[in-house]
Every structure is written in structure tokens, then in C-alpha cells.
Design a protein around this ligand. Structure first.
Ligand code: ATP
Length: 295
């Protein structure tokens, strides 16, 4: 029997542009993904005396997170065992600290972390290419979390370019209205309201604002624009109120992560961030978090 403990980090999207729609319904995106120090906690135990099975113990999860075979962590483990042709028994213990259906990639990160955990407990059982294919099959954001680092992400989420050049860790306040917002619902509303696609300007020229943040907040504000925010705000008006509160309480720039509903403010100091985060009241969930630096 072998075991491992891993952190499954959340991410924020610094800017998101919808650049196209594929025939299979997936949207082509351009976005900067930054891993956070906020993470779910995962314990993985492998017993080679089968039968092939995955038991999941879930802690701290909201009602929308499935406890059994539909959980992305369970699906990742079963997919790994099937691809490797192994009749092992896997036990997973998952403590959810990242709100779900929040645009923070929690479920995708859990799935990827199970894949990389099993890959290190059972080295060579599946090769890197198959591991990547398993990740893509579980969800568009999953490959990013196989090796989470600041990256420009394109395609449906499977094309990853680590950011070149140094970029400091940024201090954020995350605020979520306390209600799940379905990614599918946001994209459906986006398609209904934006039937003709304008060519979206690329994010590439804006990446330098990450290096000057938070001092040059004007440049950062342009990068942080998220094409999904206006439809997300129609579905969840609290997003607009959280954005205004963060700006009023000292954020240099504010963005929405992924398809929402989590909004984040970039702050100049930990003290300012702590003070702002402490002002939100239930049902709003808020946290101070730091983005991973790049070198
Ligand atoms: P993304 O940023 O990748 O769009 P998200 O943060 O909006 O993702 P998730 O937290 O990944 O959304 O969860 C979306 C849905 O996936 C949940 O509402 C839940 O029904 C389902 N789900 C399955 N497994 C998990 C998991 N391990 N954690 C959270 N949600 C899960």
C-alpha cells in the first residue's frame, strides 16, 4: 500500500476573451491562468490487492458537489486505472476549501491532482501523453492543473504557454456571492446574446501589465476584462455589487474569474487586502489569496 498527500490549487483568470466557437460546442478562449495558494486537500492511497475500485471520502463540500462516481476526482482515478489496465483499489480523501461552480477551477484541479498523484505513486503506468489525454477528456481546464504555473491558455484550454519573464506574486481578495453559477449556463447565455462573434483582440500585448501590477492599474484593468462578465452579471447580479465593493475598499483593479461568479480585487498590500476581505458578510465567501509568481 502506498499513499500521498497533495494540494489541489485553485486558479484565477486574469482576463478572458472568447475568440471562437467549435462545431462540437466548445468555445475557443484566450486567458491568463494564475494558480493560487488557496487549495483543496487530497489524500490518495493505492492498494494493489484490488478489486479495481475508487472510494471517495468528501469533506467540507457544498451540496452541488457529487459524493460518488460523478465526482471529478473519482472519475480521474477510474480513468487512470482503466488506462493503465490495473485492478488496484484507490482510496481518496478530499477536503474542499475551494468553492465549487465558482470559476476557480476547483473540480478540474481535483481531477488533475488525482492524475498526477497516481502517476507518481504508479510511475510509468501510463505515459505523459496518455496522462494529458486523460486530463483533456475530463475537462477543458484539467490539463492546466497537471503542472500548475502562470500560463497563457488558448484553444479550449488545452494549449498552455508558461508566462515568460518574471512576474511577482500578487495579493488578491476573492469574493464569491455564495451561490453556484453553472459554466454551461453562462456560455449558453453568452451565445444567445452574442450571436455574431467579433474578432477579439489578443491578450499577448497586455501581458506586460502583469509585471507592472499593481502599480500600473490602468493597464491591468484592460487585461482583466472578461467577455463572460456581462452575461454572468445578468444571471447573478451580486457580481456587480461585489465588484463595486472591492473597488471602494481599495482594490487597484477588479476582475471576474472564469465564468464567475467569483470576483477578485488586486491589492497593494496584505494589510489592505485583509481589511477589505473582512468587510464582506455571509452569504458572501471571501479570502485573501496570493497568485503564484513566475520566474
Ligand atoms: P471552471 O473554472 O473549471 O469552469 P468551476 O470552478 O466553475 O470550474 P468546479 O468547482 O470545477 O467549477 O465545479 C463545477 C461543477 O462540477 C460542480 O457544481 C459539481 O457539480 C461538479 N463537480 C464534480 N466534481 C467536483 C469536485 N471534485 N469539486 C467541485 N465540483 C465538482
Amino acid at each position: 500500500m502506498s499513499a500521498l498527500r497533495l494540494a489541489a490549487p485553485a486558479k484565477v483568470n486574469f482576463g478572458l476573451r472568447v475568440v471562437g466557437r467549435r462545431d462540437d460546442g466548445y468555445h475557443e478562449l484566450e486567458s491568463v491562468f494564475l494558480p493560487l495558494d488557496l487549495a483543496d486537500e487530497l489524500e490518495i492511497e493505492v492498494d494493489s490487492n484490488g478489486p479495481r475500485s475508487v472510494d471517495l471520502t468528501l469533506e467540507g463540500a457544498s451540496d452541488d458537489v457529487p459524493a460518488g462516481g460523478d465526482n471529478l476526482a473519482t472519475r480521474a482515478a477510474l480513468g487512470f486505472l482503466a488506462a493503465a489496465g490495473l485492478d488496484h483499489r484507490v482510496r481518496l480523501r478530499l477536503r474542499k476549501n475551494v468553492p465549487s461552480a465558482a470559476g476557480l477551477g476547483g473540480g478540474s484541479s481535483d481531477a488533475a491532482t488525482v492524475l498526477r498523484g497516481l502517476d507518481s505513486l504508479l510511475p510509468g503506468a501510463v505515459g505523459p501523453l496518455l496522462l494529458h489525454d486523460l486530463a483533456v477528456g475530463l475537462g477543458a481546464d484539467v490539463p492546466f492543473f497537471l503542472d500548475p504555473r502562470p500560463a497563457l491558455v488558448t484553444g479550449i484550454g488545452e494549449r498552455l504557454e508558461p508566462l515568460s519573464g518574471p512576474c511577482a506574486s500578487l495579493i488578491l481578495v476573492l469574493a464569491n456571492p455564495g451561490q453556484p453559477l453553472s459554466t454551461g449556463q453562462v456560455f449558453a447565455a453568452f451565445d444567445a446574446l452574442t450571436p455574431t462573434r467579433r474578432p477579439a483582440p489578443t491578450l499577448r500585448p497586455l501581458l506586460s501589465s502583469l509585471r507592472t501590477a499593481p502599480a500600473d492599474s490602468r493597464a491591468l484593468c484592460v487585461l482583466l476584462e472578461n467577455d463572460l462578465e456581462s452575461v454572468a452579471r445578468r444571471l447573478c447580479p451580486a457580481i456587480g455589487r461585489l465588484r463595486s465593493a472591492l473597488l471602494e475598499w481599495g482594490a487597484r483593479a477588479v476582475g471576474m474569474s472564469g465564468s464567475g461568479a467569483t470576483v477578485f480585487g488586486v491589492f497593494g498590500s496584505e494589510a489592505e487586502a485583509r481589511q477589505a476581505a473582512g468587510r464582506f458578510e455571509a452569504p458572501v465567501w471571501s479570502r485573501v489569496a496570493r497568485t503564484q509568481e513566475s520566474r
